[in-house]
Write a protein that binds this ligand. Sequence first.
Ligand code: HEC
Length: 168
Amino acid sequence: MGVRPGAAGRPRRPDGRRAALALAAGTLALAVATHAARQTTPPPAAAQTAPAGTTTVKDKVYTTEQADRGEKSFQQGCPKCHLFDGPVTKDGPPLGGDVFFNKWEGKSVFEMGVEIRLNMPPDGSIVIDPDEAADLIAFILRKNGFPPGDKPLTVDPSSKTLLFVRNK
Ligand code: HEC
């Protein structure tokens, strides 16, 4: 990612950039999937089984300190648009529940980091750095019942193989 301008003069993203990003994220997911598929024969498509070479958000992938910090920064504006269950509202999608997992199951923490850093909040009023994005995701994981551990979450490229799964 390049250097980003400060909050005050931050230009809005043209739609094209967003589409390109979505495309890049898609290509990436495909690349990861293809790579994983080449390594071993994937297990039968059981929803709960992560592909070879990946881990899931069930594996104690964030710390309590991160989730605590994430909770604080989440309170600064995110609840205006995001609940943790139910349908997509006029303000935004839920960050938990069926609608959320239907969309995010099998996607990576890296992708969510990109979404939060580049697109949240949509008005661009806050600039979210990678550590803060990781904290926010840690909080989202905790809200969804995933257990904390000793290892801090990151949204760096290593998180491309850390995948969302349903917590059931
Ligand atoms: C003004 C409303 C608004 C605010 C404030 C906002 N969001 Fe969002 N958020 C959205 C919308 C709308 C989407 C869906 C974007 C899309 O689908 O392209 C979204 C998508 C997301 C997603 C991806 C979820 C999904 O299923 O698409 C995450 C994670 C997220 N927001 C986190 C945050 C966090 C963390 C904050 C606070 C820093 C925040 N949002 C603030 C409206 C908002």
